[in-house]
Design a protein around this ligand. Structure first.
Ligand code: BT5
Length: 257
């Protein structure tokens, strides 16, 4: 089924009952030349992906599992901005829909009541000259996941819109709200740069100003207070000795919020 919505990104929405991963399908479509703004949604994913080959739980009908194809014209070194921009769009959209306050845990977790309600996974393909040929940004929003759906392990760290509000939101409504917010931010980003989006990100962040521990494969490698985020999306952390180190989000994870 394909739906046309008139927007700057001219989103074409492809719905599937089941996919291994909407990111994989979107990467395949992008490779075949699908236009920017193409969206792939699946009712369930059998191999939903997180970062670093982690798994994303995506049971049928319990969340909005989707990916969007982008063809950004920015230099590849700024590609982290895609995740940051998407996180801001998710927060704005969810705040409009639910009237709750959401925050961003660097780099890609959207938090509600201190638990993860949404994760974002951006993947890119580079052209021979090193520019971005296309990018796929995958978003998983837990809409009506219950405690049983999460299971004993995830229940402690994850939540859904339903668990936090008692309301079962329509997946379509959340998708439309996201696409509206994303469209505005994405066109702003292309015309006017990252500064305002960065400011929104800082306002929503629950990482900045807090103590963070930086881990590489579960080994703690650094700890301090997160002071700032630079234009490459790296986090600047000051340790007890006053030394500032920068961390990008390729290989590490942090504990904060
Ligand atoms: C992420 O990874 O948070 C990125 C998740 C992106 C998922 C979307 S769904 C649509 C698109 N298609 C895909 O295949 N992926 C994207 P990361 O930061 O690595 O977090 C993964 C960790 O979150 C796991 O190791 C679990 O601990 C936890 N987790 C798994 N499923 C979850 C869920 N539904 N809600 C909250 N936490 C979850």
């Amino acid at each position: 089924k394909m739906v046309e919505i008139k927007k700057i990104l001219h989103n074409k929405i492809h719905y599937y009952e089941q996919l291994d991963s909407t990111n994989l399908k979107a990467l395949e479509l992008a490779k075949q030349g699908a236009v920017e703004g193409t969206v792939v949604v699946a009712a369930r994913q059998t191999a939903g992906r997180g970062r670093l080959r982690r798994k994303w739980e995506s049971p049928e009908g319990k969340g909005l599992w989707f990916s969007m194809i982008l063809r950004p014209t920015i230099a590849a070194e700024y590609c982290a901005q895609i995740t940051l921009l998407t996180a801001v769009a998710v927060v704005k959209a969810l705040q409009v829909v639910t009237d709750k306050k959401f925050s961003i845990k660097w780099p890609n977790d959207i938090m509600l009541d201190g638990k993860k309600v949404c994760g974002i996974l951006a993947e890119m393909a580079l052209a021979a000259d090193g520019s971005i040929e296309y990018a796929v940004v995958g978003i998983g929003i837990n809409i009506n996941m219950s405690s049983e759906d999460f299971g004993a392990q995830l229940e402690a760290t994850a939540t859904s819109l339903y668990l936090a509000t008692g309301i079962e939101y329509e997946h379509e409504q959340v998708l439309k709200a996201f696409l509206d917010e994303f469209d505005l931010l994405y066109s702003h980003w292309h015309c006017c740069g990252f500064a305002l989006i960065r400011q929104d990100w800082l306002d929503y962040s629950c990482t900045l100003g807090h103590k963070v521990t930086v881990r590489d494969n579960d080994t703690e490698i650094y700890s301090g207070v997160a002071e700032d985020m630079d234009d490459y999306g790296s986090l600047l952390v000051r340790n007890a000795a006053g030394k500032i180190e920068s961390f990008d989000f390729g290989e590490i994870s942090i504990r904060s919020c």
